[in-house]
Design a protein around this ligand. Structure first.
Ligand code: ROI
Length: 155
């Protein structure tokens, strides 16, 4: 068993409900146990700005699934939410990102862990710091040490 951190985001079709439902669904994943999750954050869109604010959160799962099987499960949940993604970096009904998988670094065609944008996205870092401030990234930085580097305006 190891700990995986999942970023949740939504800005379409009742985002609060999308994220709340997804947190409940994470509890049902096989060979996994939801250990904790952050509060829900409202955040201004990063990327194209002509879209609605997002609701974001981060969850911590203890899991015996391998990383790619976990990714399959997360994508199945996104699909269950009839994931709408109108454009790259555009609005979406539910995004589930595998941010961290134990202390592993993974770089395959389908999956990059740690998530490549993790340390630059305050809508990920702040909720992650709420549940895992002391967590060390493979780079040697703790989550807490990255907070001052990101602009939390709009969070
Ligand atoms: N912006 C915010 N605030 N929250 C997100 O979850 C989010 N997801 C994205 C992009 C479009 C980069 N911007 C976001 O994929």
């Amino acid at each position: 068993m190891l700990r995986a951190y999942i970023g949740l985001g939504s800005n379409l079709e009742d985002p609060l409900n999308q994220v709340r439902t997804a947190l409940a669904e994470l509890k049902t994943l096989p060979k996994s146990h939801l250990l904790s999750h952050s509060r829900l954050y409202r955040s201004a869109p990063q990327g194209p700005v002509d879209q609605a604010d997002y609701i974001n959160a981060v969850a911590c799962l203890e899991t015996a699934l391998d990383a790619h099987t976990l990714l399959d499960e997360l994508q199945a949940l996104e699909n269950k939410h009839a994931r709408v993604r109108l454009q790259h970096w555009g609005p979406r009904s539910l995004d589930l990102d595998l941010l961290l998988y134990g202390t592993q670094t993974i770089d395959t065609e389908r999956l990059q862990v740690p998530h490549p944008w993790l340390s630059r996205r305050c809508f990920v870092l702040y909720p992650l710091a709420e549940i895992a401030a002391d967590l060390m990234l493979p780079s040697g930085s703790s989550i807490a040490s990255l907070l001052p580097l990101c602009d939390a305006t709009g969070l």
